[in-house]
Design a protein around this ligand. Sequence first.
Ligand code: ADP
Ligand code: MG
Length: 316
Amino acid sequence: MTKFNRKAVDEFELIQTYFVRSDEAPGVITGIGDDGAVLQPASGREIISVIDTLVEGIHFPDGTDPFDIGYRAVAVNLSDIAAMGGRPRWMTLALTLPSAEESWVSRFAEGLHAAATEYRVALVGGDTTLGKSLVVSVQVTGDVATGAAIKRSGAQAGDQIFVTGTVGDAAAGLELLSAGRPQQYLSSRFLRPNARVDYGQALTGIATAAIDLSDGLFADLSKLLTASGVGGVLQIEKLPLSKQLGELFDLEAQRRFALTGGDDYELCFTAPAGSAPKLSGLLVTDIGTVTDDEVLVCHLDGQVVPFEDSGYRHFL
Ligand code: ADP
Ligand code: MG
């Protein structure tokens, strides 16, 4: 379909120049250039399909470096694949642009391909169109051994609750970015999230349930526990907080970011006590216990603390 007018950059040229990569990718029979991609699923494995849309002004501030937009659009999807215990394989990209500015597309594509190379996922198709605002949708297809996908619904009373990395950094980073006072480490935790795909795969057969942290630890863990029909105790003093967060915020603010801040894209999972796998270089912290209650309760130094999810508002 022709979406660009004659004066604008030619759509075909744009795709050829910025999105097609000559490298052959595993399982890709036909990639970009035909009406559809033809992909070869691996035997003994099931397909996992995820999609996430980023809208300028909603999911990232206006004027964000297009490299970061491209990188982040891939990483947030890979995080969903990671939470299922999957291996990322292929992705498609739907790009809606307010104008066909080549310099923007070039930098965006650099970020997208940087993430694609790092996580070994091949871009196999997409759609490019003009529209009123900037919208980036990435769809990723992954796979997992038959029956091995980790769901949200398997947590059992008595399991421990774990989280990877540190929490709260991305929300603090976004707050600082939006206030025009970016702090390099914290802002990069928002702009270039780590998708824990290697660790997610290591969790298959061990974790009873998993979710990735996009809306905030308390909200996302609550979703997992509800899906599993159980409750939990979250121990506030155990929350893993980064040194950089501690340098800029008092302990109460750090804990508020950790509990209610979104966009960390760390994995939160449940597993029998002591069974969390170790992966070199990745912090994994036991932060609580699954109960046969139906609610998630926060404990601080052995006392129940009332929790109000009011501290953080998503960027608008
Ligand atoms: P159609 O007319 O069938 O919609 P298009 O001209 O939109 O085809 O796309 C031509 C080819 O380029 C297709 O293989 C499509 O998947 C791919 N493509 C279009 N936009 C993108 C993009 N932004 N990134 C990657 N591939 C794209
Ligand atoms: Mg098309």
